[in-house]
Design a protein around this ligand. Structure first.
Ligand code: SF4
Length: 708
């Protein structure tokens, strides 16, 4: 399992959690349960030593008492998961996957990955699925993260990279509109960029239906009704046109499709937008003035506007606003997405996404297939085509139909908690013929498995991640894993051998990265000029970074689009988008809106952070945030157990009464399983382009739990 750790050395690495990928130093600490302790790493420019509580307590997840250290198999007699040895467990997985493949065909075997996997693992998992299993059925939980922003970015700019500029540009711009991001809770060290922006005289506009800790920092906070961000963006563009603020020269020289987008925006009168969003026209005008007054400005979106059945068009409308005002493809200006998961960006660049091959190549593109097949040493015609998106894949599990997926290999994801309509997803997982899970902890999803393989994690292994800026960074091994754990790369190699793949799979991350570089060469996300050594020396390298045959190495590309956009004609493309309602609107039976999100102390499905004592003490369970007027109307008091009911299920949690939320909306964080599982309620209505489910809005009613 890799080279021995030098116990005398502290190691520079990165936090295991969110897309900021904060730099940290891990020093040996034999007295602590995880064997290492976090030391500040001030030299790393993204976080300059700052960490949130999740990062500071991350070594606790390494503790042997918290995690899996032995493979588990389902005992046919008792039905319980019981410990076994690795050979038995791997044999069972290989037999489970190959048995389904023989009985029902290769596409009856699915693979579901995660945005926390390193680039090397994401690459290997995509290759394993397409070559060894011969299946097209792979997607990952990043589909639930930023796929709408990715689709809109691709449509407008020809490529998407979370931020097309470094975070360090934020304090030097004139205004930022932050749409649907509570980064004060999700990635607190990033808040300083916005604090510095304001200290430098810039302005911050936050758009969020809740007055979050991020919104409290804003010069202007707009709180639209959930599901109406698209109308809000269109209303702002309408005002930009009406007030003569269009940058005609930029539009003429660097964009296409303006007339159609302009006509669409002009149908959204401010008064109409006020009725739809609840945001008064004067505040809309104020936001436009703030955005247009300075020379440079940015729009940054996060899950708030993206996790909708119209997420792609919503992001497209914000991009339209940037393009019409000449705030894209220029220094200190542009549209960017704040990716959520640690490797949400890299996870999809290297072949883990249903429609993509390494290097951000599209699976349906013959030239892309030929290039990647050449690196893999296979005939391009043997590569399967695009598969289903994440929710569609989960929905197909265990179905006794010709296109049903009967076996699943699940890696680094916990859909029982994190998927929309989670009770249904759980039911589908239970209906599988065979489920294998690779994870570090016995998550709620792992509990359903036939075989659970305990794998190594962040500080125990080396590998690259790509943060929200497109900066490729290196996680380095700092501590030896428990003897019973193996890396995901070793698992894939062992399974490949058992499944008849004679060429083997590389298990050394550096060798996998070298292959990934070649597979990505010439693609939009070109990593071919990036090496582990350069990453360590340069505090990360921004893609694209092609390898040069001669002369000085390519410096990497911190800022995209300054000369041209990545479209065939080099012009950014407007999208002529129109507002449409959410897939589910309130009615007499379900009169309120539910929106879901995150809290400071927990990360995603909580599989790791719920096991960390300090994080769990800070946020021990879910709650239902509701406005005092709504609480009065319902006769609800603080802490009272409430049942939130949607067309898909019911979730129970205590009331948290706060004037920081709209009276027509309730909020639940989604980190917990059981009766408080917020995703029991959420709507899997999919965006037609990105296939993003509508996590952020659905119709609900709220009742006293004990009366319901
Ligand atoms: Fe980790 Fe994100 Fe917190 Fe940084 S902000 S310490 S990357 S969870």
């Amino acid at each position: 399992a890799g080279p021995a750790v030098d116990p005398a050395a502290a190691v520079d690495t990165h936090c295991p959690y969110c897309a900021l990928q904060c730099g940290m130093r891990l020093a040996p600490s034999p007295a602590t349960a995880g064997g290492v302790e976090v030391v500040e790493r001030e030299a790393f420019p993204v976080n300059r030593g700052a960490l949130c509580g999740k990062g500071r307590t991350a070594p606790e997840v390494l503790a042997r008492g918290l995690r899996l250290t032995q493979p588990l198999v389902r005992d046919p007699g008792s039905g319980a998961l019981v410990p076994t040895d690795w050979e038995t467990a791997l044999d069972r997985v290989a037999a489970g996957l190959s048995g389904v493949r023989e009985r029902h065909g290769a596409d009856a075997v699915g693979v579901f990955g995660g945005g926390g996997l390193t680039n090397e693992k994401a690459y290997a998992l995509g290759k394993f699925t397409r070559l060894v299993l011969g299946s097209s059925q792979i997607d990952y939980n990043g589909r639930f993260c930023m796929s709408s922003a990715a689709a809109a970015g691709n449509r407008a700019f020809g490529v998407d990279r979370g931020l097309p500029f470094p975070l360090a540009d934020i304090p030097r711009t004139g205004c930022v509109i932050l749409v649907g991001s509570n980064l004060a809770d999700t990635m607190p060290p990033a808040l300083r960029y916005f604090t510095e922006l304001r200290e430098n005289g810039g302005t911050l506009v936050v758009i969020d239906p809740r007055r979050t800790r991020t919104a409290e920092q804003a010069d202007l906070h707009l709180a639209p009704r959930p599901g109406t961000d698209l109308a809000l963006a269109l209303g702002m563009l309408h005002l930009v046109v009406a007030e003569g603020r269009v940058d005609e020269a930029f539009v003429a020289e660097r964009t296409s499709g303006w007339e159609e987008a302009r006509a669409a925006a002009m149908a959204h009168w401010p008064e109409l937008v006020e009725r739809v969003t609840g945001v008064p026209v004067p505040r809309l005008r104020e936001a436009v003035r703030m955005f247009c007054a300075p020379e440079a400005a940015m729009v940054l979106t996060a899950r708030g506007p993206e996790q909708h059945s119209k997420g792609t068009d919503t992001v497209g409308a914000w991009i339209n606003l940037c393009l019409a005002t000449g705030r894209a493809g220029r220094p200190l200006s542009g549209y960017g997405c704040l990716t959520g998961q640690g490797n949400g960006q890299g996870g999809r660049e290297h072949g883990q996404k249903a429609d993509q091959l390494p290097g951000y190549r599209m699976l349906a593109d013959q030239a892309a297939r030929e290039h990647v097949a050449g690196v893999w040493g296979v005939d391009p015609d043997t590569l399967p085509g695009p598969g289903r998106s994440a929710y569609e894949l989960l929905d197909a599990l265990g179905r006794d139909t010709p296109d049903g997926v009967r076996a699943l290999l699940l890696m680094a994801s916990n859909p029982v908690v994190s998927a929309p309509r989670a009770a249904h997803v759980e039911e589908r997982m239970r209906a599988l013929d065979f489920l294998a899970v690779c994870d570090v902890v016995l998550s709620e999803s792992a509990r359903l498995a036939d075989v659970v393989l305990p794998v190594t994690q962040w500080a125990e292994e080396t590998g690259t991640m790509t943060n929200l800026e497109g900066r490729v960074i290196l996680r380095q091994r700092a501590v030896a894993p428990p003897p019973g754990c193996r890396s995901d790369l070793e698992v894939l190699n062992a399974l490949a051998a058992r499944l008849g793949w004679e060429k083997g799979f590389r298990t050394d991350p550096a060798e996998v990265f070298d292959e990934l570089r070649r597979a990505s060469a010439g693609g939009k996300a070109d990593y071919s000029g990036i090496t582990y050594r350069r990453i360590a020396e340069e505090d990360g390298v921004f893609w694209p970074c092609p390898e040069r045959a001669e002369g000085p190495p390519h410096p990497g590309t911190p800022r995209l689009f300054l000369d041209r956009f990545a479209t065939p004609d080099g012009r950014a493309r407007f999208a002529p988008v129109l507002h449409r309602p959410a897939a589910e609107e309130p009615d007499g039976e379900y009169p309120l809106l539910l929106t879901t999100g995150r809290v400071l102390a927990q990360y995603q499905s909580g599989a790791q952070t719920r096991r960390v004592a300090r994080q769990n003490a800070a946020a021990p369970g879910p709650f239902v945030q509701l406005h005092p007027r709504l609480a009065d109307r319902l006769g609800v008091t603080e802490g009272e157990r409430l049942a939130v009911v949607s067309r898909r299920g019911r979730a129970v949690a205590p009331a948290r009464i706060s004037a920081d939320i709209r009276p027509d909306t309730v909020f639940m964080p989604f980190h917990w399983p059981g009766e408080g599982r917020a995703n029991s309620l959420t709507n899997p209505a999919l965006d037609p382009t990105s296939r993003m489910p509508e996590f952020k809005v659905c119709a609900v009613r709220v009742e006293r739990a004990d009366e319901a």
